[in-house]
Design a protein. Structure first.
Length: 502
């Protein structure tokens, strides 16, 4: 029969691990408590009088397509036969509180022209900054993103490690993201535009190390893409590939327990409603905290206690609005900035409340896929950064934030859009926690608001339980679609190496 692998959770990390292990000859079974795959990368449909609006419910901008290409190639397939993507230009439309607006682009000349025309930054500033972002990428992406940081023997044998370590002083780890931007840009609007990239892993730009300035290179140096059928088409494509490789899926069947046995302890399979399935190894694509507390019944494990002391990443408050009209002012990705960015993050991380004046993100996939909304009409995914759940009054927070969002959009567009909302659904932090088993609804596990955060994410291989491996946003290398898929790759590689190939 070969080696049997149980994968707990069909998010992007679990799907990536399942594909790679099945391609390596494992007998793989994937469990998930929801009836569809994807985890946070799910979808929602709203309907009214025969009209239909489709929404992605989580990630929206697709970057680093090479990670997905490599995953399909590992199974001897081509990504384009399963998932269709198209490059974006422009990428995002920005509105500042003073009424200034501009469009970003991965074409540096076009981006420079847009920044200069808006009076936000000059070409020398932007080019110096994007070159700096590229240097951080060149030093760190292989070291921090594509391998475990918790396997000393492997690292010491890797010649790339020593090359990266020789340049480690150039990754800007000892000042905050915002402090770095103050050195590059005179205009506060430029600093705000690039500070927003801290939110890509749920962190605070006034605290997170400037090493995270790697992210602009990912978007502007490599590019952003739209996905045909929405982001949810990615997990659907991976599910199709996995089934072709013989992976078995038990959906709508939550795992009740990861089975363990022996001394030293080892993972021995999983328990669900259909009974116990004995396996040689377990890949856990569930947030670390509920994994230890609920699945392993081991809340006093050292790593479980450590995670309880760490600051969670931000969460989100999402409004899904089925709109009756078209809005040519908006593109696929739209950011409407607040006037006081520091106060916004103080509200989230210090005061534990939704900002009084939030920055608003509006994603409208019907701009690139007309089937996602009727014509006329658009599907608005409206996101505000929110604190992790700590028993706030979310009904009150939601109502207060909804009013602030409508006011901010009206200020940008010069008209009230509330009357155009045909149907509405809301996703708040407690619901995110319930639907995705994310601790306190945090979107990315722990925040990166310290210099040591990159080294504090859970290792991909458990030392407490032999045969247990972790992937997903709360494990190394962190949250976001490409990193989640890379965590699945790292976990699968470690399983093959330490569990024995078949």
């Amino acid at each position: 029969m070969g080696v049997k692998t149980a994968v707990v959770g069909a998010g992007l990390g679990g799907l990536a691990a399942a594909v790679r292990l099945a391609a390596a000859g494992r007998q793989v079974r994937v469990y998930d408590g929801r009836p569809i795959v994807g985890g946070k990368a799910g979808e929602l449909v709203l309907a009214d009088e025969g009209r239909r609006w489709r929404f992605d419910t989580g990630p929206s901008l697709f970057t680093l397509p090479g990670v997905l290409d490599d995953l399909f190639a590992a199974a001897g397939r081509r990504r384009e036969d399963y998932v269709e993507i198209e490059p974006l230009d422009p990428i995002t439309r920005y509105w500042f509180a003073d009424g200034t607006s501009l469009e970003s682009s991965s074409d540096r000349r076009r981006f420079t022209a847009a920044m200069e025309e808006a009076g936000v930054a000059d070409g020398a500033e932007l080019n110096a900054y994007l070159d700096y972002s590229r240097r951080i990428w060149e030093i760190t992406h292989s070291l921090f993103m594509e391998r475990s940081l918790h396997e000393p023997a492997d690292l010491l044998r890797d010649p790339d490690l020593w090359h990266s370590l020789a340049r480690i002083g150039r990754i800007d780890a000892f000042r905050s993201m915002d402090a770095a931007h103050r050195r590059f840009f005179r205009d506060p609007r430029a600093r705000q535009l690039f500070d927003r990239y801290a939110t890509y892993n749920g962190s605070n730009p006034y605290s997170v190390p400037a090493t995270l300035n790697i992210i602009p290179h990912v978007e502007y140096g490599i590019g952003g893409w739209a996905v045909k059928g929405g982001i949810a088409a990615i997990p659907r494509g991976l599910e199709r590939l996995a089934r072709e490789l013989g992976v078995e899926f038990l959906l709508d069947e939550p795992v009740e327990r990861i089975l363990t046995e022996g001394r030293p302890r080892r993972a021995a399979g999983v328990r669900s409603a259909s009974g116990d399935w004995i396996a040689d190894e377990v890949i856990c694509n569930v947030d670390v905290t509920p994994a230890y507390h609920r699945l392993l019944d081991d809340p006093k494990a050292p790593l479980a206690r450590r995670y309880a002391r760490l600051e969670p990443s931000s969460s989100g408050l999402v409004f899904f609005w089925a709109m009756a009209s078209d809005y040519p002012e908006f593109g696929l990705h739209n950011i409407l900035f607040s006037a006081d960015y520091r106060r916004e993050f103080d509200d989230i991380f210090l005061r534990g409340r939704c900002p009084d004046e939030p920055t608003v993100y509006v994603n409208i996939t019907s701009k690139v896929d007309r089937d996602d909304a009727p014509s006329p009409g658009e599907n608005w995914f409206v996101l505000v950064n929110a604190p992790a759940d700590a028993d706030q009054d979310w009904d009150a927070e939601t109502e207060r934030t909804r009013r602030a969002v409508l006011e901010r959009i009206a200020a940008a567009l010069g008209r009230d859009v509330g009357a155009d909302i045909v149907q509405e659904s809301v996703l708040d932090p407690p619901t995110i926690a319930d639907q995705t088993a994310s601790h306190r609804g945090s979107l990315y596990g722990i925040s990166s608001n310290s210099r040591s955060a990159a080294f504090l994410r859970h290792p991909n291989r458990s030392r407490r339980y032999r045969g247990l491996y972790f992937c997903g946003g709360s494990a190394h290398p962190g949250g976001g679609m490409p990193l989640a898929m890379l965590s699945g790759k790292i976990a699968a590689d470690l399983a093959v190496r330490h569990g024995g190939s078949v």
